[in-house]
Design a protein around this ligand. Sequence first.
Ligand SMILES: Cc1cc2nc3c(=O)[nH]c(=O)nc-3n(C[C@H](O)[C@H](O)[C@H](O)COP(=O)(O)O)c2cc1C
Length: 133
Amino acid sequence: SDRIQNEAYNDLRPGVANLPDKEIIAQYDTIFVGSPCWWHQPAMVVCTFLEAYDLKDKVVIPFFTYGATTYLNESMQKIYKVTPESKHLPETLPEDLNPDDITTPGPPDDAGIDMPGGANGTEAWLRRIGIIK
Ligand SMILES: Cc1cc2nc3c(=O)[nH]c(=O)nc-3n(C[C@H](O)[C@H](O)[C@H](O)COP(=O)(O)O)c2cc1C
């Protein structure tokens, strides 16, 4: 827990063993990025992964597992920040009302962030975001 908090709060990039080759990632147009929410942020190793590739114009769709919904916006914002040249689904996020502070929940700003909410919810989520017609 301490290690993960240190990585999250200090915006560190832990190494990733066996990153897929760039040519493999290049074949995909849409990339679903799943992560736990750890200390109010994505697993920082997911940021290491995302920054290792040219994701320009690819569609990045983040989703999270989490214990509470209070940090979903912060976590989503982070994925969007580290993939600045990608398109995203949803295209925009609710305004982060406390962007300079990831350590406290701040004013509620997570309403409307849509997550699968569990394996049983995945199909309905894919329909809501328009991946399954
Ligand atoms: C070190 C640590 C930090 C966590 N921080 C948060 C958090 O900030 N917000 C939250 O909603 N859940 C938090 N959780 C709960 C995890 O998000 C949850 O356990 C995880 O998403 C469930 O997936 P898993 O079964 O693969 O661990 C944390 C869990 C751990 C172990």
